[in-house]
Design a protein around this ligand. Structure first.
Ligand code: CMP
Length: 142
């Protein structure tokens, strides 16, 4: 089925000047950009976005890192978009990410791991609504 997922190009990847290379991987895999913006998250936004991780030991470092520089937030749309994006990203820890994945090629550490992607249809819907109004999203498969 055609799905939507939320993708974030994180501060380390923006700083490395690989926004275009990462987006190109999505497009070459058949995913379309249905919404996109560059922004610097506030601490409040980062804490709310990663609210499910509030009690984890890595939460404070994750929030500090996510507000350390601008990010690019996108809605990716396409067949099986949630799983396809996760395949393209590779494992959360770049040391475990398969060769040729975005994290294997561009990530530095488990926090500075280049990209975020929604992990289920429920979180995708929540995460998309967190960043985009309905009229900021453009269906690519009608
Ligand atoms: P992301 O997919 O953005 O979702 C939560 C983030 O927490 C994750 O990517 C990692 O960047 C970061 N993180 C840091 N430490 C861990 C950990 N031990 N397990 C999972 N995620 C972690």
């Amino acid at each position: 089925a055609i799905e939507r997922t939320l993708s974030i190009i994180k501060p380390d990847a923006v700083a490395k000047n690989v926004i275009g290379e990462i987006i190109s991987r999505f497009e070459k895999a058949g995913l379309c950009i249905a919404a996109l913006k560059m922004m610097k998250l506030t601490r409040q936004q980062a804490e709310a976005f990663y609210g499910v991780h509030r009690d984890k030991p890595f939460f404070d470092d994750l929030v500090e890192y996510m507000i350390s520089g601008p990010v690019v937030v996108q809605v990716l749309e396409g067949e099986n978009a949630i799983a396809k994006n996760r395949e393209l990203m590779g494992a959360t820890n770049p040391k475990e990410a398969a060769p040729g994945t975005i994290r294997a090629d561009f990530a530095d550490s488990i926090d500075a791991n280049a990209v975020h992607g929604s992990d289920s249809p429920e979180t995708a819907a929540q995460e998309i609504a967190f960043f985009f109004k309905d009229d900021e999203i453009f269906p690519r498969f009608d």
